[in-house]
Write a protein that binds this ligand. Structure first.
Ligand code: HEC
Length: 122
């Protein structure tokens, strides 16, 4: 092989890690959605339902294009973390803090919000 070809191979080798890290930054959202899906199916599905419409009256329909998922990220994060009971009159049961699963981390909650948005808001 000519000397210049070796240089090309060497340069590509040096550049590859940078290219890979730029690429993995792009795939983080998909990854969060997959993790959020696991959280939803473990902790939230019993009340909110696989179709996001809510299992009992008073539970929000996540598919509503003007519904709760239009709230800012920080508000959703707080309400999922601390629980929520609003409305007038309020629904028969409240949203429990962390959906009743105290082991959820803030990352889990961000991931589940990503899952809700990509799954129910089209
Ligand atoms: C025990 C049943 C139950 C579980 C489990 C549950 N929720 Fe809820 N959730 C509710 C109810 C009821 C409401 C409506 C509360 C209200 O409007 O007062 C609600 C409301 C919400 C809202 C809208 C809050 C708002 O601002 O109106 C979001 C977002 C939400 N839940 C996300 C989740 C996520 C994510 C999980 C899983 C980590 C989860 N919920 C688990 C019952 C539940």
């Amino acid at each position: 092989m000519k000397r210049s070809h070796w240089m090309t191979v060497l340069l590509l080798g040096l550049m590859l890690p940078a290219v890979q890290s730029a690429w993995s930054a792009d795939v983080v959202p998909a990854n969060s959605v997959a993790k959020g899906s696991a959280v939803f199916h473990q902790t939230c599905i019993s009340c909110h339902g696989a179709n996001g419409k809510g299992m009992l009256p008073g539970m929000p329909d996540f598919n509503n294009p003007h519904g709760v998922l239009t709230l800012p990220e920080t508000v959703l994060e707080q309400r999922i973390t601390n629980g929520y009971h609003g409305g007038n009159p309020p629904p028969p049961i409240a949203m429990p803090p962390k959906g009743g699963n105290s082991s959820l981390t803030q990352t889990d909650i961000k991931n589940v919000i990503a899952y809700l948005r990509t799954t129910f808001q089209h």
